[in-house]
Design a protein around this ligand. Structure first.
Ligand code: FMN
Length: 284
């Protein structure tokens, strides 16, 4: 047996860790020490954040594709074209997307209607207009210069339905949806929201098919061209311009009325609706 080296102190006699530094140093800390607890918590957060970020990045294309499909499904539904025996992509091929310049009310090629994002454009001062409080019925602050509208044609190629994107503030959230109109630019075919955060059972009843069905056949403007569309309390079945307000959700109902009135007004699609028959004849 070799003689003991007298130069080795007691700490040198501790068993050597098989882990490299700094893991060996960390493992050597007492299990109940504050430092070890904090390092464990920070380390755990770091590892979890890597997993969450990786999941968010890798799932983004799937999320975007699902969002696009959901929007298309809503456009098909509001146009009354949704069928169970065909895929959304197949059905959506019959719908034509066109860009409209809201300042002139004319179709435009200035932006690609398939990829143009009104919400992103509305944040860019170069691509949008700030709305004065008096004009901002929908509570949206800014309005993009352009919007994508959707046209549904019959077999002979004539436009039968025009679908406009609309959005505006309810009680808790901005409601995003589509308004489908007949080519007269006045008769409503449907109104449907695809995104909002109103309370389920109260403002969330905007999604109730029975409530949505009331919009069919209602008019936006009277014979003199005055804007009349409304969401009103009481029985509105005989009123050509109004649907019943949602019970217990007066504020969401008012928001829906306001956003509709805004988007068909002169600051929204008003100029486009006035030009509609001419636009469809010459550029449709
Ligand atoms: C938890 C909670 C959620 C509510 N959610 C909504 C809503 O989504 N939309 C709405 O208009 N009112 C909502 N309200 C009710 C409004 O505060 C308000 O009372 C209501 O709009 C008045 O409608 P009424 O005159 O039909 O009763 C909610 C109230 C509570 C307490």
């Amino acid at each position: 047996m070799p003689p003991e080296d007298p130069s080795r102190g007691p700490e040198d006699k501790a068993p050597r860790s098989r882990w490299p530094w700094p893991l060996s140093w960390f493992l050597a800390l007492p299990t109940d020490s504050t430092l070890r607890t904090m390092i464990t918590a920070v380390g755990l957060c770091f590892v979890c954040s890597i997993f969450v970020s990786a999941a968010a990045v890798s799932l983004r294309p799937i999320q975007e594709s699902n969002q696009r499909l959901d929007k298309q499904r809503n456009i098909l539904q509001v146009a009354g074209l949704m069928r169970e025996d065909a895929s959304i992509e197949e059905l959506f091929q019959s719908i034509e997307a066109r860009a409209v310049d809201l300042r002139t009310g004319r179709f435009t090629d200035a932006v690609d209607p398939a990829s143009f994002d009104q919400t992103i454009a509305a944040r860019d001062p170069a691509l949008s207009t700030a709305l004065a409080d008096a004009a901002d019925l929908a509570g949206i602050g800014r309005r993009a210069h352009y919007a994508t509208v959707y046209l549904v044609r019959d077999d002979a190629g004539a436009v039968r339905k025009v679908i406009l994107p609309v959005h505006g503030y309810g009680l808790w959230s901005t409601l995003y949806g589509f308004l489908a109109l007949q080519p007269d630019g006045n008769t409503i075919i449907g109104l449907q929201f695809y995104d909002h955060a109103e309370t389920p059972g109260l403002g969330g009843e905007v999604d109730n098919p029975k409530w949505r069905a009331q919009w069919q056949g209602k008019k936006l403007f009277d014979a003199e061209g005055a804007l009349q569309v409304a969401v009103a309390k009481g029985d509105t079945s005989a009123n050509p311009y109004a649907v019943d307000a949602l019970s217990g959700a007066t504020l969401t109902s008012r928001g829906v009325q306001n956003l509709l009135r805004y988007w068909v007004s002169a600051d929204g699609f008003g100029p486009f609706l006035s030009n509609l028959s001419q636009e469809l004849t010459t550029h449709g």
